[in-house]
Write a protein that binds this ligand. Structure first.
Ligand code: ADE
Ligand code: ZN
Ligand code: ZN
Length: 260
């Protein structure tokens, strides 16, 4: 009997542990990116997107990429949420993940959405995935180190609860801030037109490198076993907000371009 209880306890614990390890911006982060993007869409783009998404908002569609993770039919997207390549190697020279990565994923989405010969169903699916992946791209640790799974293996505590540095950046800091995605979207820095344009400039690869450079800073900010709380949030939440804002602006830029 004791053995059975122990087995059940271990099973429950491992399910719990895997839940708490989910490697993505939490829902609030993704929705914030979608919400900010929707403020920067051209009129025609907004119409085309409303048509494809059947009126669903970008914020709402942004979490679809994670919602389908438990559905085997969508397994091929599993590795498209991140890209890890050595910090001292160019992406083009690096060994590519066999099942694809975030960069290839974003490029595929753009290609499929753009081509009106594709079925509406497919274009809608890849549009929802694109909205999600541009969010992921702006979580620095989604352009992290492969050997620690983008920081998932760097265990820390967050206000006395078990976590890891990846999760701190995905969701712990955002959740702790206790703002809804609309509140967050309305509380990012106010930008002039030229500041917004500057953020939207550059190529996908420029944005990847920017995230990777931030990820180096994140790795330097922490070591295994650190007890993180107020001080860490105070120091880094500004970067989180900035990344959500950049994600939103750049998602809008891509959508404005591909819906032309
Ligand atoms: N698994 C391996 N690398 C990862 C990363 N950078 N982000 C999320 N999950 C991962
Ligand atoms: Zn993540
Ligand atoms: Zn994701």
């Amino acid at each position: 009997m004791k053995k059975i209880i122990l087995l059940v306890a271990v099973a429950i614990f491992s399910v719990n542990a895997s839940y708490s390890n989910k490697p993505f911006w939490g829902k609030t982060g993704h929705r914030t990116v979608g919400e900010i993007a929707s403020k920067y869409l051209d009129e025609d783009t907004a119409k085309a997107i409303a048509d494809l998404l059947d009126g669903e908002s970008l914020a709402s569609a942004s979490t679809y990429g994670d919602d389908i993770k438990s559905d085997k039919n969508y397994n091929k997207f599993y590795q498209w949420h991140y890209v890890n390549f050595p910090f001292d190697t160019k992406y083009s020279d690096s060994e590519k993940a066999k099942k694809g990565d975030l960069i290839m994923g974003i490029e595929t989405c753009i290609r499929i959405i753009k081509d009106k010969k594709n079925t509406r169903e497919n274009r809608v699916l890849y549009l929802k995935m694109l909205i999600h992946f541009i969010g992921d791209l702006h979580q620095p640790l989604h352009v992290g180190r492969g050997e620690d799974k983008g920081g998932n293996d760097i265990k820390v505590t967050w206000f006395y609860k078990k976590s890891n540095i990846h999760r701190v950046w995905d969701s712990d800091m955002i959740d702790r801030y206790k703002m809804s995605y609309t509140e967050l979207a309305n509380n990012v820095k106010r930008l002039s037109d030229s500041e917004a344009k500057a953020i939207q400039s550059g190529s996908l690869m420029d944005w990847v490198i920017e995230s990777q450079n931030l990820s180096k800073k994140v790795y330097a900010s922490v070591k295994m076993g650190d007890k993180l709380s107020y001080k860490y949030a105070y120091k880094h939440f500004g970067t989180v907000k900035e990344q959500l804002q950049k994600g939103g602006l750049r998602l809008a830029k891509i959508l404005n371009e591909i819906m032309k």
